[in-house]
Design a protein. Sequence first.
Length: 270
Amino acid sequence: MAKDPVARLRVAPGTKVDLGRHATDATLGWEKEWALEELERAKERLDVLQARLYAEEQRSVLLVLQAMDAAGKDGTIRSILSGLNPAGVHVASFKVPGGRETQHDYLWRVHEQAPAKGHIGVFNRSHYEDVLVVRVKGFAPKAVWSKRYEHIREFEQLLADEGTRIVKCFLHVGKDEQRERLQERVDDPEKRWKFRMGDLDDRALWPKFQRAYEDALERTSTKYAPWYVVPADRNWVRNLAVAKILLGVLEDMDPQLPPPEDGIEGLVVR
Ligand code: AMP
Ligand code: MG
């Protein structure tokens, strides 16, 4: 067993995924108080590395977040990216396609939102919706969606070859925990805007969504764009796990500050 609990969340390419065997309430051996402090330390380090990535301006990072409703995609983004320089972060949220988006292939709107060099891009939902909700709700026939896993692998390979480091997190929430969170959205006037009646339809299709997620994770977890199954019933576990996954990618990239112009060393500004 790998020592790093976060490394164990990674879906090894070519392996079967049985989400029923991934606990949604796991703590990964962490205690809450420590995890909250560790998150602050991780964010300080993320801040340093983001600044270097931005200065280097050669490569980018793409964090893909997928999950059932109320698993905490928005909360994760807020918690791990607050404190970073907003100029270097690009968050793209993918909703039901509309307008011109419906006139093109499903990757058209996605490619446009891919992070520019020097940036950290976050996808709040993504091209994976086109093999998840589209499959489960029958918005496209199997003959169409079944070809998409290959497109997606190739698309992500293209991004990776051109300098984007991709990491993908499935925030794995339990069905009971989702019920509580949806109820809270209904009951709390400040949160009610997030609730749509359609969320209940998706909830009723829970097993089908889980199967679709298992297939997507199995078929598209690659060396250059791995999936992680992140336990999401406890926000503090989820936040720290995703922060550590993102930090691991940036540490591994080791972005470099550009060399100073000749004559700057020792220069006295008058
Ligand atoms: P939310 O993320 O809760 O604001 O909701 C966005 C909604 O858009 C979710 O119900 C998604 O399933 C849906 N959605 C996102 N992308 C697609 C897509 N490509 N096709 C159909 N529905 C989508
Ligand atoms: Mg929603």
